[in-house]
Design a protein around this ligand. Structure first.
Ligand code: DGL
Length: 272
């Protein structure tokens, strides 16, 4: 496998850009092929079968670029489809759930961890499963926060409406005295300051995007796949593909990634 091959990153839409952004920061020599399934978002309210079928199509699409590894930059797809995807391909593939769970298990002092995520991720109990494997003495409190995704996508990152919804969702977690909160959905790091204000200084917010990029780097080093050469001038280092609404995606992406996204291309994912 070629060290210079790109990394495939996918999400149900724009949320995975928070993961792509961390990969760009932490391993800046790497090339990325990003796919956002903007035609079929959200995944968080869909069934395991559907999310798995979609994820398999995306992996097939990413493999047409001879990617050296794949990052499932979506909590819901990591929760529902990662096991199945691992069986289908022979390149390394990592999700965002395990890295986030690992840090949370290490971080908590009082053994009380909160997880906020989509309904699917909370329902799958995947964070609890991984955290308990590492530390069986912790208690995990899951809280689905489905309204955060549309609020973030509407750009209401700092807005009284988001403050109000966040208060409603998070008050019960404040009341049960958790000391660690996993932001278990790709969109949530974008409203981190709102969430932090409500939870207070005593609660550590865990961003799985950051931890995933760190684990990805370790994995690439271990497999001798880390790209040690900086990209050449004019090389198309980051390529973005979506299943619908390329212009809207591009605007959103440019607002959170400061590495110059030139374009996003629409493809027909159903053909894969
Ligand atoms: N990317 C999804 C996740 O991290 C959130 C958006 C969706 O529901 O598709 O779970």
């Amino acid at each position: 496998m070629d060290r210079k091959a790109p990394i495939g990153v996918f999400d149900s839409g724009v949320g995975g850009l928070t993961v792509a952004r961390e990969i760009m920061r932490q391993i800046p020599n790497e090339k990325i092929i990003y796919f956002g399934d903007t035609a079929r978002v959200p995944y968080g309210s869909k069934s395991k079968e559907t999310v798995t079928r979609f994820s398999k199509q995306i992996v097939r699409f990413l493999q047409t670029f001879d990617v050296k590894t794949i990052v499932v930059a979506c909590n819901t797809a990591s929760a529902y489809a990662l096991d199945e995807l691992e069986k289908e391909i022979d390149i390394p593939i990592i999700g965002v759930v395990k890295p986030g769970a690992k840090v949370a298990a290490k971080t908590t002092q009082n053994g009380r961890i909160g997880v906020i995520a989509t309904e699917a991720t909370i329902g799958s109990q995947i964070y609890s499963k991984y955290i308990k494997e590492l530390n069986k003495d912790v208690t995990i409190y899951g809280k689905p926060c489905p309204l955060f995704v549309p609020l973030v996508e509407e750009g209401l990152w700092q807005d009284p409406v988001t403050d109000e919804i966040a208060k409603r969702y998070l008050t019960e977690l404040v009341d049960i005295d958790i000391d660690t909160l996993i932001l278990g959905c790709t969109h949530y790091p974008l409203i981190r300051s709102t969430l932090g204000k409500i939870m207070g200084d005593g609660v550590t917010l865990v961003n799985p995007a950051y931890e995933t990029a760190r684990e990805l780097k370790e994995l690439l080093i271990e497999k001798e796949l880390l790209n040690e050469e900086a990209p050449k001038l004019g090389e198309n280092q980051y390529q973005f593909f979506v299943s619908d609404g390329a212009e809207k995606f591009k605007r959103f992406a440019n607002s959170i990634i400061k590495y110059g996204i030139l374009s996003a291309k629409t493809i027909n994912i159903e053909q894969y």
